[in-house]
Design a binder for this molecule. Structure first.
Ligand code: NAD
Length: 299
């Protein structure tokens, strides 16, 4: 891979992903709206650019990892957006979790410039991003999938083709609705068990050898101190923000309305995270729903 790779969006996820490319000897040109996030990557060998357009003018492979649809739109079509300078034949991979309609719109605009767009949202969280163990759900032309996969495998271990542009986002929204629900369920369960006098670590151990086991109980337990080196044991810092989970559950809600699917628990999870978004927990990891429930406990 001789051409440099462009990387836009160096937050909790993108920072690790770009660093993994650097550690595998890719030349990486980065851009983030926060200059400090670029400075951190420069220390690992990245070259910074002053805008998405400047990144696009220097590479034919670009990855974006931005919070929501509006940020992707801005990075693609805004003033000095990447589409203003994209080179024909470029491969544009968007790993942000956004509404499928925005992905489809970006694909159309990219095609007008002769570029190939694919949605490639990820699952796995910050630890998987750090350890290059992400799962990528890819929507886009099958013709370019292998090319995309060969790059994405440097940041993850599973790369799955889902169908045309937008289907990666569809798979991601389904996964995150389930994640939002199981995280609340795990937090409720841990809170109840501790109130019943059980030791938190013992309860987690039993859940994880029983039928209640899930990713939230096993790898991302929301109760502080149960698992070291994850956000719940670090004052819910870093990780996957409450506002991002609220966004994803909102995407699920919109999708369910459009398809007439019944999602009663997904809707309830959305409302709980929406309420949390109006509290100081808004800037914390989504596992802080554990703390939120404790605040709601009868005194
Ligand atoms: P984040 O908020 O930590 O990082 C986003 C970065 O984008 C920030 O550094 C911000 O400065 C930058 N940014 C915002 N607008 C920009 C613009 N117009 N141009 C350039 N940079 C801009 O978010 P994150 O946790 O890294 O998540 C990124 C995406 O990945 C989201 O869509 C999220 O839903 C998804 N995701 C996150 C996780 C997780 O565990 N954090 C897991 C899977 C998927």
């Amino acid at each position: 891979w001789e051409d440099p790779v462009g990387f836009i969006g160096l937050g909790n996820m993108g920072g690790h992903m770009a660093r993994n490319l650097l550690s595998k000897n890719f030349k990486v040109i980065v851009y983030d709206a926060l200059p400090n996030n670029m400075k951190i990557l420069e220390k690992s060998g990245a070259q910074s650019a002053s805008s998405p357009a400047e990144v696009a003018s220097q590479t034919k492979t670009l990855v974006t990892m931005l919070p929501a649809g509006q940020h992707v739109r801005e990075a693609y079509t805004g003033d000095k957006g990447l589409l203003s300078a994209v080179r024909s034949g470029s491969l544009l991979l968007d790993s942000s979790t956004i509404e499928p309609a925005t992905s489809q719109e970006m694909e159309k605009l990219a095609a007008e410039k002769g570029a190939i767009y694919m949605d490639a949202p990820v699952s796995g969280g910050v630890v998987a991003a750090r350890d290059a163990l992400l799962t990528f759900m890819v929507g886009g032309s099958e013709k370019y999938f292998e090319q995309a996969k060969s790059l994405l495998l440097n940041m993850g271990k599973n790369v799955v083709h889902c169908g045309p542009v937008g289907t990666g986002q569809a798979a991601k929204v389904c996964n995150n609705m389930l994640l939002g629900i199981t995280m609340i369920g795990t937090a409720e369960t841990m809170n109840l068990g501790i109130r019943l006098g059980l030791d938190a670590k013992l309860l987690a151990k039993i859940l994880n050898m029983s039928s209640g086991r899930c990713w939230s109980s096993e790898l991302y337990n929301p109760c502080p101190g149960v698992i070291e080196n994850i956000p719940s044991s670090n004052n819910y810092e870093g990780g996957f923000g409450v506002t991002l989970m609220t966004k994803d559950l909102g995407l699920a809600q919109t999708a369910a309305t459009a398809t007439k699917a019944a999602i009663p628990l997904g809707s309830l999870a959305h409302q709980l995270y929406r309420i949390m978004s109006g509290t100081p927990l808004a800037c914390k990891d989504f596992a802080s729903v554990y703390e939120f429930l404790q605040e709601m406990d009868a005194k």
